[in-house]
Design a protein around this ligand. Structure first.
Ligand code: TNX
Length: 542
């Protein structure tokens, strides 16, 4: 409460100082502490950015960012000058609890100083500076007649959670690299640091794998029934051409990973198994139990019974080949292997799967799934990567070092944390951005459910039932955007915004400082930023 009152006082102060630059201090996610000084820094043709060593990359990012809307070529220099934005790396910085992502920012009429222990913190200081500037700073083209002012403030800040993520499903609908980069920009603006890239699902394979070219010549393309309801699309008929889809080349993936890394975002690829992979059997039918040649599904079919055969060693050889290429492309510590919603009826009748159950001494098909995941985990561990999977990977016994992404509520995450496994919380009730964000009549067709922004704001990744010790395993949380009903980049932004702002605050801001009314007030200012950057968003917040 104290901080809210303080902020309100600042707002008053800021708007009283200089009428021509009167503006509120409005930052999302809310920083740990803000106090207002006197005066205003004006960004001008005289401004320089001062940086050395590892701070230079952040300085160059800031220079390029500022140029777009201001048209100013703010030079990066290692010499201290007047009217400077100083980015300074310092050990043992006080006030930011030594977090790598923490920072302090202080601005006066003379200069702006951002200090952090690491480049990550400097980057987030820069993101805060972005929001201290007028909303026109978000414009992709030069805006004239704007006073580029920054109110005098002292901010000290650090994140609540280490994992602040969002997942985008690029299988159900394919989104171009340009859009992925736009999404990354928006994540970074909100100090989010994980992009979970859902690259494989029944409706299309989206990542080039050199050793298996049919995955992208065949499995990435489906017959185009985009004009029909997702659940009513007829399967591809003989002679019909598969023209809808796409995939990311390995060069594009490297480009996205490098772009994200500049934004302090780790890209976590998801390569589904053993289910949600029927598109693979359009190209390589030998990897399912039945061996039946499939066509890539143009819409929803449930359940999809064709899954990888767990009794066939060639399947594991294939998956190891695929993962080897994936690991080379993604430096991420985590590789997400899906693991969700495997209908195991084919395993029940498959002689190879049944023989595996016998030779491995397994009790049932659930344990066969656990065998599958453990075998993949062993492989990933041998490459020094951590396996991450949806909470179904708990069934039949969790792989020894696996990290769990809990989506069917909190229960899977709680169970995993209690047994010493790390957890990312993304329960449907609070994190599914494919659900409606307002009354159905006033929203575009969505998959169902109801998740208004006020509920996103109430999300707490740490369940009350965990002890302090257990809750250390909760790395954080993430929003998931499944795209069955989201065919275009603009629509995907519509579903993300403004809910992503609430998620960002949940994951960054100290929960004791959260206040929904204050957040909504700041969101008003945020909408001005949306309109400057051309972000499509729902207006159904109130
Ligand atoms: C469940 S969440 C799924 C997805 C769907 C989503 C729709 C999860 C691991 N699996 O395949 O797209 O529901 O909300």
């Amino acid at each position: 409460m104290k901080s809210i009152t303080t902020i309100l006082c600042f707002l008053l102060l800021v708007s009283c100082t200089k009428p021509e630059v009167a503006r509120e201090v409005s930052v999302i996610p809310l920083p740990d502490s803000i106090s207002l000084g006197e005066g205003t820094f004006i960004l001008s043709a005289k401004t320089v950015i001062v940086a050395e060593g590892k701070a230079v990359a952040v300085a160059e990012y800031l220079r390029d960012f500022l140029k777009k809307a201001t048209g100013l070529e703010v030079p990066v220099t290692d010499k201290r000058k007047k009217n400077a934005i100083i980015l300074s790396l310092e050990d043992g910085l006080s006030g930011s609890k030594n977090s790598k992502e923490g920072y302090t920012l202080s601005s006066t009429s003379k200069n702006i100083v951002i200090k952090a222990r690491a480049a990550e913190g400097l980057f987030y200081g820069v993101q805060t500076l972005r929001q201290l500037l007028p909303p026109e700073i978000e414009s992709p083209t030069v805006k004239s007649d704007v006073v580029w002012s920054v109110p005098a403030v002292t901010i000290s800040d650090q994140p609540q959670f280490a994992w602040r993520g969002m997942m985008l499903d690029c299988s159900r609908h394919f989104f171009p690299v340009s859009h992925i980069k736009n999404v990354l920009d928006q994540l970074a603006a909100r100090k989010m640091n994980r992009f979970h890239w859902h690259l494989v699902d029944d409706q299309g394979w989206r990542i080039e794998i050199k050793k298996y070219p049919l995955l992208t010549t065949t499995s990435a393309w489906r017959v185009d029934h985009e004009d029909q309801h997702w659940n009513e699309r007829p399967a591809q008929k003989p002679g019909e051409e598969a023209t809808y889809g796409g995939f990311y080349t390995q060069d594009e993936i490297r480009e996205v990973v490098a772009y994200a890394s500049m934004l302090n975002i780790e890209v976590v690829p998801e390569i589904e198994m053993p289910a949600h992979v029927s598109c693979v059997f359009a190209a390589y039918p030998q990897f399912s139990c039945s061996g039946k040649k499939m066509t890539v599904l143009p819409g929803g079919v449930w359940p999809v019974t064709e899954i990888y055969c767990a009794g066939n060693d060639e399947v594991f050889a294939f998956l190891e080949d695929v993962l080897t290429e994936v690991i080379e492309l993604f430096p991420s510590k985590y590789i997400h292997i899906g693991g969700d919603e495997a209908t195991k009826t084919n395993w029940e009748s498959c002689p190879k799967c049944q023989s595996r159950i016998k030779t491995e001494g397994l009790k049932n098909e659930e344990e066969l799934q656990s065998y599958f995941i453990k075998r993949i985990e062993k492989f990933l561990s041998s490459k020094d990567r951590n396996l991450l999977g949806w909470d179904e990977i708990l069934e039949g016994g969790l792989a020894p070092r696996a990290t769990v992404m809990s989506w069917r509520g909190f229960a899977g995450g709680i169970e995993a944390a209690r047994t010493g496994h790390d957890v990312v919380m993304s329960p449907t009730d609070f994190c599914y951005f494919d659900y409606y964000q307002g009354p159905k009549e006033s929203e575009p067709l969505a998959i169902g459910g109801y998740l208004p922004i006020s509920k996103v704001y109430r999300f707490n990744p740490i369940p009350d039932s965990l002890t302090m010790e257990e809750s250390k395993h909760i790395l954080g949380g993430q929003a998931n955007l499944w795209t069955e009903y989201i065919p275009t980049p603009e629509h995907s932004f519509y579903m993300m915004f403004p809910r992503l702002d609430a998620m960002a605050e949940v994951l960054w801001t100290n929960p004791e400082k959260k206040n929904y009314e204050d957040f909504v007030h700041r969101l008003d200012r945020q909408f001005e930023r949306y309109s400057n950057s051309g972000i499509n968003h729902s207006k159904n917040i109130y």
